[in-house]
Design a protein around this ligand. Structure first.
Ligand code: FES
Length: 163
């Protein structure tokens, strides 16, 4: 059964996407506006630029319970901040090589480029990535690692000044 045929929320895995505001977030929006059918596992975090993605964001997300992480930004030469995605590409490429030393399957992480007009490309990217993670199954949980829900509730408390 393909991920698009799975209607049951219980069969969803926990995927996190770090998307740049100017291109990939727009591309995801375009896919939504165009009603392109896509899997619903991915939760999107919008950042100003893919160059803002610290590899620690990805490592912590994967270590704290996500089954897969996708980073997506503007195509090379299209970055709103000129060269943020070049920095991102270098970091992501090195980081991918290091993932296995953390005990994480490198297939659980991908980075890509999607422009704001590429709704159909976004549909393809998110479907392929989701299928890839479903083929791997849920990620093993580290003993003692907090769950993503726990982190979300603390992030909310932190924002509201309760911590
Ligand atoms: Fe999109 Fe830099 S603004 S990658």
């Amino acid at each position: 059964m393909s991920v698009l045929e799975q209607k049951n929320a219980a069969s969803e895995l926990r995927l996190v996407g770090f998307l740049c505001n100017w291109c990939s977030y727009g591309g995801a929006d375009t896919a939504g506006v165009g009603r392109f059918v896509q899997p619903t596992d991915l939760r999107i975090i919008r950042l100003p630029c893919s160059g803002r993605v610290n590899p620690l964001f990805i490592a912590k997300t994967l270590l704290y319970g996500a089954d897969g992480v996708l980073v997506s930004g503007c195509h090379p030469r299209d970055c709103h901040y000129s060269d943020g995605n070049y920095y991102a590409r270098r970091r992501m490429e090195v980081f991918k090589q290091l993932l296995s030393t953390l005990g994480i399957d490198p297939l659980r992480f991908e980075y890509t480029w999607v422009s704001a007009s590429e709704g159909q490309r976004w549909q393809m990217v998110v479907t392929k990535f989701t299928e890839q993670i479903h083929a791997l199954g849920p990620a093993p949980r580290l003993p003692g690692a907090p769950e993503l829900e726990w982190l979300q509730s603390h992030a909310k408390d932190y924002k509201e000044g309760n911590l």
